[in-house]
Design a protein around this ligand. Structure first.
Ligand code: MTE
Length: 348
């Protein structure tokens, strides 16, 4: 798979200082970087009011336009607590520019090229959306997303995302803790794993209709219960203070920052609680290359790609942006204890 070559966006366009000095200015800069303007008002909040949303849709480049969110989405986004400096839900590394976050994607349901999702997913319908909760749980059922989100305050978290293809980004997500959702549906004592499924809809997802598709749909993923309950595990419904673009996994996706990106399943329609380790798409496809755990590990190499270095996107001609990969993607202090005594070369 190809890593994106030169791009004209310089990471220093969004400096950490501007984030801390003036968050509103930062959001404004970020939206401008994306070619998006926040409307007549210069008071750019970290969320969009309905009017701002209209302005955004009117002025956004065609490849960034998405259908208007329902009223309840606007309400949900009306209060977001910003990432707290210094905690493990935050990093002072340069953010990956919005344009790169939303145009360089892996979402095989829309094709295998990095540009396919942003080109082909724009009419993807994400409202209404429901998520089935199933398996070893006291409150199974099919929940409208609005009801599932209702009890949870949205917060921002700035996480590193490291793909097994050896590129990485730093992304400000909006969402809430997966553990909080899990608690709200009361898993039984038999629940040892959490399994996730993406929507199957070949009419909307051309990659699923393709005869050359390599994945057996639906895309499935899973976590051990203690991994799922870890405070870093996150369900994201937005990015850069804004609604989640379809190519990034709207309306709701998983983000597990210490694992390779393929664990972070997009456009989730089902969450099941199981006694046995659930199957996962890339492991089913090629188990010698992709394990269930998929923890970022610079010492355990993928058979075709060494994993001790990565390219922090965007890469430019003058800045190759190569850097060392850190154990557990830099989250070792938070998560290493989950794997104490495990042979990580065997459980890759
Ligand atoms: N989820 C689904 N349903 N389908 C996919 O193809 N790709 C995964 C993951 N989630 C994928 C998916 C991979 S390989 C990566 S690296 C990340 O999504 C990429 O997320 P991003 O496009 O938002 O950067």
């Amino acid at each position: 798979m190809l890593i994106k070559s030169a791009t004209d966006i310089n990471p220093s366009e969004i400096t950490p200082e501007s984030i801390y000095r003036n968050r509103r200015q930062f959001m404004s800069d970020a939206l401008k970087t994306a070619g998006i303007f926040a409307g007549a008002s210069s008071m750019v909040p970290s969320v969009l009011s309905a009017a701002d949303g209209d302005a955004l849709r009117a002025r956004a480049p065609a490849d960034l336009v998405r259908s208007p969110p329902a009223e309840w989405w606007v309400e949900k986004f009306s209060a977001i607590s910003p990432a707290q400096r210094g905690g493990s839900y935050w990093t002072d590394e340069d953010l990956t520019p919005y344009q790169d976050v939303v145009s360089f994607n892996n979402f095989y349901e829309f094709g295998t090229d990095k540009e396919d999702p942003s080109r082909r997913a724009q009419s993807f319908k994400v409202d209404p959306w429901s998520v089935e909760i199933a398996g070893e749980v006291d409150k199974p059922g099919v929940y409208h997303l609005e009801d599932l989100l209702k009890p949870h305050m949205l917060e921002e978290r700035i996480y590193r995302l490291r793909c097994v293809e050896r590129w990485s980004m730093v992304i400000p997500w909006i969402g809430f803790s997966l553990g909080d959702l899990i608690k709200s549906v009361s898993p039984t004592s038999k629940a040892k794993y959490v399994a996730f499924e993406t929507l199957v809809d070949p009419e909307q997802m051309p990659g699923q209709a393709s005869r050359f598709s390599i994945i057996n749909w639906p895309y499935v993923e899973g976590l051990r219960m203690d991994e799922a309950m870890h405070p870093l595990s996150f369900l994201a419904v937005g990015v850069y203070g804004n609604y989640m673009p379809p190519q990034n996994g709207a309306p709701i996706r998983l983000v597990v920052p210490w694992k390779y990106g393929f664990k972070s399943i997009k456009s989730i329609v089902k969450i099941s609680f199981t006694e046995q380790e659930p199957p996962t798409s890339w492991n089913l496809l090629q188990s010698s290359e992709y394990g269930f755990y998929a923890n970022v590990n610079p010492e355990v190499h993928h058979p075709r790609w060494r994993q001790d270095m990565e390219t922090r996107l965007p890469r430019t001609l003058f800045s190759p942006a190569r850097q060392s990969t850190l154990m557990f993607n830099g989250y070792a202090d938070q998560v290493a204890h989950l794997y104490q005594g495990m042979d990580l070369a065997r459980y890759y």
